[in-house]
Every structure is written in C-alpha cells, then in structure tokens.
Design a protein around this ligand. Structure first.
Ligand code: MG
Length: 381
C-alpha cells in the first residue's frame, strides 16, 4: 500500500537534536533503525526477562525476541494501514530498551529504591538510554535519533516528568503530556503500542503452556481463545490428540491473525471517517488506531485470565521475589560503594540516578553474577 497522507514522512522529519548530514543509506528512519540495532542496549535485551527469567529455559521469550515479534506485527499493521513501517519498526525494536533485569519485578524494586529520588519508570528510562546512556558517537551522548522516534518511545509521562523534560527541551518530546497540550501519539506510535500488546497476549500463552503453568483447557474460559481453537480443530481434526504442540501453535497463529485483522479493519474505518489530511491532524481528537469494542472486551478477558493464572502464579511470583531482592541488594551495594561501578557511572554527582542507570542496564545474567560476587551465594540456588 502506498504511504497515506497521514503517514510520517522521513523527508519531513523534525530532525535530530544534534544536526547531522543526511544518511549515506536509506532515509532518516532507516538510519534510526541502524543505530538502534547496533546499540549495546539492544544486544543486552537477549539476556533480559520478558516473563520467564532467562535461566529458566532457552525457548521462552526474552526482551529481544519479544521486541522482534512486536516489530513483525508492527510492520504488518503499518503496511496494511499505509503508515511508515520503518518508523514503527524503530519504535518496536527500541520500546523495551529501558527495561531492568528481571522484568517488572526489577522495575518495581528499582522504583522503590528511588522513592524520594525521582523514582524509576522503564518507559522514561528507554528515552534516557537512547538520549544519554548509549555512548557510541564521537561528539554527543545517546543515539541522536529523529524526533518522531524519540517522541514515539515516550508512551507515558507524569506531569512532573513532562515538566522536567520540557524544561530541557522546550516544545520537545514531552510537550504532548503537558496540561492543556495533550494530543494522541503519532499513528505509527499507536501501531507500535498495539503491536506490543498483540505480541505479548499471544506469546505469553505459548510460554505459559510451555512452562506447564497454563493449559489450553484453562484458556477455554476466554471465548476468543475458545473460538480460535475450535477453528483450528475443525480445520485439522485429530491434531489436538496427536500433536498438541502443533495444535497450540496453529491456534495461536490464528489468534494473532484475528487480533491483527480486527485492528486493521477497525482502524481503517476510523481513518476513513476522520480523513486526517496529514500526520499532525491525525493526532487531534480520539485515537484512530484501535480494536473494535468486541475485540477490546475479548482481549481484556484474556488479560484477566493471564494475570490470574500466569503472572500471579506462585512459581513466577516466587522467582520474581528473589529477583527483586537481587536488584535491591545491588542498588544498595553500589550506592554505598560507587567505585565498584565503571568510572563513567562512579564519577557522576547524581549518585542515586547513576546507580539506577547502571543497575537498570544490567542483563539478568550480569545481575546474578554480581550478586554472587558480592554475597558469595547463588540467588537461585
Ligand atoms: Mg513490550
């Protein structure tokens, strides 16, 4: 599909904070994807927990494979909606760069450690990673990404954080969170956010079943899953008994396609109604990318079940309790002895934030290694 009038156009980008000559290959968003994929924060995603801790098995999603699945869903959606697929891919590949080791347990622990010191929020941290913490270019910190990429990465922002960001960059990435200045994210950012949701709704079922914490029978309580499983059973009678893993994969593939298709049909209709004349016009009023009301309800039912049966499963919560303890111990250890961190972090005056940046950047593996070095015991003995 040809680019729609409301798609983000790399030749009309608001540009980079530090002016640079045009890229040698491709357009401005191709250049951003190149910078993201070659960043060290991106490589570290391979050893960061999505839901199941990295050491629990080789086939579970990691932050890296999750991000690749988000990029894949996002590209399909962008193509079907006439939006800029490269910008969506940049947002998908970079959206979790600010995640701590051990997923949400790590983030919550770090957030507790920083109470009274500005707090910690992984989404804001993603922006810190691409704006400040990556050190790869001779004359500036960060990756110096395009405005549209940076703005799209900032999904949430408290009024206090927005005011602080606005102070550093007037009219910048946080402006849309200021009181009275609210707008929707770009259409590409809305697509990336939905691609994230579609990816994890589907792959968390797969990982939950693989871990033995969930069965497809449990999921029959969700009409959406029951319907897609029934489609699969009708198309391939006997598969469930003979080859249950293939039956699960077939059901989940159908589920993913159903979610993608609903999003495309609903968003196409909304765009046709609103007829935004350019990318800016698409951001005023309600969000134009979204599921139908029925699919939103079905997907909420699925999420409720995943919460109750998977994310709060005692096996997972026990692992995450230990993981949170690891993060807290590391934070305290470096806070008391900054010299134990690399010089770039040890030398910083903002000690709490320096320690948070250092610990947040760790992979699960490195955090466990450091924990063992400091305490002499294995966290997961
Ligand atoms: Mg994600």
């Amino acid at each position: 599909m040809a680019p729609a009038v409301y798609s983000s156009d790399p030749t009309r980008s608001r540009g980079r904070r530090y002016p640079e000559p045009p890229p040698v290959f491709g357009d401005a968003y191709d250049e951003d994807r190149d910078r993201i994929v070659h960043s060290s924060a991106f490589r570290r995603l391979v050893y960061k927990t999505q839901v199941f801790a990295n050491h629990e098995g080789d086939l579970f999603r990691t932050r890296l494979t999750h991000s690749l699945e988000v990029a894949q869903c996002g590209r399909l959606l962008a193509g079907a909606l006439g939006l800029n697929a490269t910008l969506v891919e940049c947002l998908a590949l970079a959206h979790d760069l600010g995640h701590t080791p051990f997923g949400h347990a790590g983030q919550d622990a770090l957030s507790d450690c920083l109470a009274g010191h500005g707090g910690f929020e992984h989404n804001l941290q993603t922006l810190r990673v691409v704006d400040h913490l990556e050190r790869r270019f001779p004359s500036f910190d960060g990756l110096n990404l395009c405005f549209e990429t940076r703005e799209g990465l900032l999904k949430r922002c408290s009024p206090e954080d927005a005011a602080a960001l606005e102070h550093d960059e007037p009219g910048g990435v946080a402006t849309r969170f200021l009181p009275g200045r609210e707008t929707q994210p770009s259409l590409e950012a809305q697509v990336a956010n939905h691609a994230d949701e579609i990816a994890y709704d589907v792959h968390d079922i797969d990982d939950g079943v693989r871990a033995g914490l969930l069965t497809l029978d449990d999921l029959m309580a969700v009409p959406l899953v029951a319907a897609t499983r029934q489609q699969s059973l009708s198309a391939h009678p006997g598969l469930a008994a003979a080859l249950p893993r293939r039956q699960l994969a077939d059901t989940l593939r159908r589920l993913r396609l159903l979610l993608l298709d609903d999003l495309v049909q609903t968003s196409r209709a909304a765009l046709a109604r609103a007829q935004p004349g350019d990318p800016g016009a698409a951001r005023h009023g309600g969000a134009l990318i979204g599921f139908s009301a029925e699919m939103r309800e079905s997907s909420s039912a699925l999420k409720r079940l995943l919460f109750a049966q998977l994310y709060r499963h005692p096996t997972l919560t026990q692992t995450m309790r230990v993981a949170a303890g690891v993060v807290r111990l590391l934070f305290d250890a470096y806070l008391n002895k900054p010299g134990a961190m690399p010089p770039a972090f040890a030398a910083r005056a903002d000690r709490h934030r320096a320690v948070a940046d250092y610990v947040a950047g760790m992979t699960d593996r490195m955090a466990l290694r450091e924990y063992r070095r400091l305490t002499g015991v294995h966290a997961f003995a």
